[in-house]
Design a protein around this ligand. Structure first.
Ligand code: 2M8
Length: 444
């Protein structure tokens, strides 16, 4: 290929991907928010909306702010941002578990709109900052000013009510990590009493729309249901969880996002005339707590801590690489994470021959088709790409970006991808895939 044909091929791919991504996001727009997928996820999801806003900022900035505004309008009085905001007008048929099951109305401080009672990784402050950076102006400063107190309340909820004592936030359900059936949760879930026969009483919505072999199992769902029932029984209060709730885990992704959010809030504070100092201090403290509580020097990676058993979980998943996004991560951890990412387990390289998996591909229980137990996902790739850029690993960042774009160019805006062949899996028109491709296209 000559230089000019190479440049033209790149420009063609860029235009093709942009058209596809924009069409996907437009088709998934639903009056005041974007659904992750029309069939599988017909409501608003918390961290999806943050990723979606980052992509929309490049093409529809007003809609990017609207997306975040709608989500934060459903914030609870205690500051939690619910992982699902239900759309009462949805025509997609019953999602399971739906609003009746969550029964948020009976909890203190829940909003008028029906929501779930749990959260997802707090990637919203960095998203708001990026939306402003991608499309700055008076309107974006006004939007930041409105969102700032809500983002601060979200942080306060997680660092306050969800702190089991070690300076990090705990999750009470695998859904809160966003990586629902990751092997990271196998050990802590093993202690959750559940019988898959209970699923006979419910109708799963996901397996009516996607291949069951690519989704969590019925036993996984029985445990998910048991954990919602346990948390709901206490009306989603967080006091005394250690004594009464069977799943309490400190997740490296959730806590990395928590730390990165403080640095994003510092930048937002500087723009709107608030004090950035306390945010930077909190960012540094969260980074320190992550290293103290979740760093495993033996394997050179971060691991979730099962708070109830007080031990690190054994599985090596992509979650462990996520703290690379922290700007003040000590050099020793940065180089160990790069070694882990570049090892045959994850295969990161300046020229990648296969996409980044979500689980150690050398593990005996690696499953190339099953959701978060192996397949490649664009959001975890994009988050790692952010970390590589933060620590100026230019070649590796370029290699990962190329791999992400190539995956979507070949297979389309799928929800996830086969980690060997790159074939598209799950929903074929998935919003955060489209949004993060738009962002990757715009940044070299
Ligand atoms: C998936 O999770 C939901 C439950 O929240 C589900 O399986 O029904 C996960 O991939 C999660 O990370 C994502 O936010 C959600 C919507 O895309 O789907």
């Amino acid at each position: 290929m000559t230089l000019t044909t190479g440049v033209r091929a790149d420009a063609d791919r860029h235009a093709r991907l942009r058209r596809l991504a924009l069409a996907t996001l437009d088709a998934n727009w639903e009056h005041d928010h974007t659904v992750p997928s029309r069939s599988l996820y017909p409501h608003q999801w918390s961290w999806d909306s943050a990723f979606i806003a980052i992509g929309l900022a490049h093409v529809r900035p007003d809609r990017a702010w609207r997306e975040l505004r709608t989500l934060f309008a459903a914030q609870w009085v205690d500051g939690r941002v619910p992982h699902i905001v239900f759309n009462p007008a949805s025509r997609a048929g019953p999602y399971f578990p739906g609003p009746q099951f969550w029964d948020s109305a009976r909890a203190d401080g829940s909003p008028a709109r029906a929501t779930s009672g749990i959260v997802q990784p707090p990637v919203h402050a960095p998203a708001a900052w990026l939306v402003h950076r991608r499309a700055p102006g008076e309107a974006s400063v006004a939007a930041l000013r409105r969102l700032y107190p809500r983002l601060v309340a979200q942080q306060r909820y997680l660092t306050g009510r969800r702190d089991a004592g070690g300076g990090l936030a705990s999750i009470v359900h695998p859904w809160e990590s966003g990586l629902d059936n990751s092997p990271a949760w196998d050990a802590p879930l093993a202690g959750v009493p559940a019988d898959e026969a209970v699923m006979r009483a419910y109708r799963r919505h996901d397996t009516a729309h996607a291949d069951a072999a690519q989704r969590p199992t019925d036993l996984d769902y029985a445990r998910y249901v048991a954990l919602v029932e346990s948390y709901r029984a206490g009306r989603y209060r967080d006091d005394g969880l250690l004594g009464r709730h069977p799943f309490l885990v400190e997740c490296p992704l959730v806590n990395a996002a928590l730390g990165v959010s403080e640095y994003a809030l510092a930048r937002i504070a500087a723009v709107i005339g608030a004090d950035p100092g306390p945010h930077r201090d909190r960012g540094a403290r969260i980074t320190e707590a992550l290293v103290n509580r979740l760093w495993d020097p033996v394997t050179g990676t971060f691991r979730p801590r099962d708070v109830r058993a007080d031990r690190l979980v054994p599985a090596r998943t992509v979650l462990g690489l996520m703290p690379l996004a922290l700007p003040e991560l000590p050099a020793a951890q940065v180089s160990a994470l790069l070694a882990e990412a570049c090892s045959p387990r994850f295969g990161l390289a300046a020229r990648m021959d296969r996409p980044l998996p979500t689980y150690d591909r050398t593990a005996p229980d690696f499953e190339p088709l099953r959701y978060w137990r192996g397949p490649s996902w664009i959001n975890t790739g994009w988050l790692l790409w952010q970390g590589l850029r933060t620590h100026r690993r230019v070649d590796l960042a370029a290699g990962l970006r190329e791999s992400l774009l190539d995956l979507v160019d070949r297979a389309g805006c799928h929800e996830y991808f086969h980690p060997d062949t790159g074939a598209g899996l799950g929903s074929p028109a998935f919003s955060w895939t489209a949004a993060l491709v738009l962002d990757a296209l715009a940044q070299e």
